[in-house]
Design a protein around this ligand. Structure first.
Ligand code: TXA
Ligand code: MG
Length: 313
């Protein structure tokens, strides 16, 4: 299949209208979209990504008044979260509208819905005229794409269209919040922080982690992973600087010998750079990536979640 790379959101939206998929930019990561009401179209997402269909997809809309086409009800506290953080990197899990394909929700009675803040994304979504189901636009298991070039690297020849935009400014996925119970529960940390959510709904809590222990090598669970081995370190002192190793973090002390090194000024910048850095390391054949540990507050919670998942091999 030939992959068209276009800057026209109308061309990309036409692909969705034809029951095809299209990749598009958002402020978190690039998404791979299809009409959420068309099961055959949604199937194409799973095929292109090589993703098992037991993991539900997020549904995207361009405007707040479209939410009612995706979900059947919204509790008062979820309205307050939407008021505060949407459009933006926030996904709310709510009771599903019957028109959404069961393939989108992996058979669940709930659906995740998000309005991206990205201007081109919203133009594209409004031109689609249907709710758009979209996971991140990478091959299953590899790091989420934060540039159109990363989408092309993973999916060229597998999808008909990539809407070309600027690099994602947040660089990590949206915060997924379950809003089906009496209070919000964070299922996945992301671009909107726990502290920010608590300013609006103080009872917001984190879902209990199943396990923080790395799985045994025989049970390889790869997610957000570069090909290289990822190690979490508290500083450069714990590293072995070599041509085949790389370092990303907030503090530099030594280590001129690294094959690749990125020192970020803030945790926000670290978050924005992480997935791109992983991909750059793979391109350069880096075998070991050291990621500096940060405190799990603010965006640091989502950042450490992704780093930890990449380190589980
Ligand atoms: O920033 C993002 O969220 C990006 C962009 C493209 O919007 N999308 C994204 O999608 O990261 P994906 O498929 O890679 O991650 C979706 C996450 C998964 O952790 C999934 O389990 C959860 O959302 N999710 C989706 N629907 C759900 C539901 N009904 N109940 C519980 N979790 C749900
Ligand atoms: Mg993903």
């Amino acid at each position: 299949m030939r992959t068209l790379i276009t800057t026209s959101y109308r061309t990309a939206a036409a692909s969705i209208s034809r029951g095809q998929v299209a990749a598009f930019p958002t402020e978190t990561v690039y998404g791979l979209g299809a009409d959420a009401c068309n099961t055959e179209a949604v199937q194409r997402i799973f095929t292109a990504k090589g993703r098992p269909s037991d993991n539900p997809l997020i549904v995207h809309v361009g405007d707040r008044n479209e939410i009612g086409t995706v979900v059947s009800s919204v509790p008062a506290y979820a309205e307050r979260l939407f008021d505060a953080f949407s459009p933006g990197p926030l996904t709310l899990v709510l009771p599903k509208h019957k028109r959404i394909s069961p393939l989108v929700t992996a058979g669940l009675r709930t659906v995740g819905v998000r309005i991206p803040a990205h201007t081109l994304a919203r133009k594209f979504l409004n031109a689609c005229g249907v709710p758009v189901a979209a996971p991140s636009a990478n091959l299953s298991g590899s790091p989420s794409p934060t540039t159109w070039q990363a989408v092309r690297h993973d999916l060229e020849g597998r999808i008909p269209c990539i809407l070309k935009g600027v690099p994602s400014t947040i660089g990590l996925e949206s915060t997924v919040v379950d809003c089906t119970g009496p209070a919000p529960v964070i299922l996945r940390a992301g671009g909107i922080t726990l502290e920010e959510l608590r300013q609006i709904v103080p009872s917001t809590r984190l879902q209990k982690q199943q396990s923080r222990v790395p799985k045994s090598p025989g049970m390889k669970y790869r997610h957000y992973s570069p090909l290289a081995y990822v190690f979490i370190v508290s500083g450069m002192e714990e590293t072995v600087p070599m041509k085949s190793s790389a370092y990303i973090g907030l503090h530099a002390s030594r280590g001129a010998a690294f094959g690749l090194k990125k020192i970020c000024r803030t945790e926000k910048e670290y978050a924005r750079a992480l997935f791109h850095f992983f991909r750059e390391c793979d391109r350069k054949g880096i075998q070991t990536i050291y990621c500096e540990q940060v405190s799990e507050s603010g965006i640091g919670l989502a950042l450490m979640d992704r780093i930890r998942k990449a380190a589980w091999q």
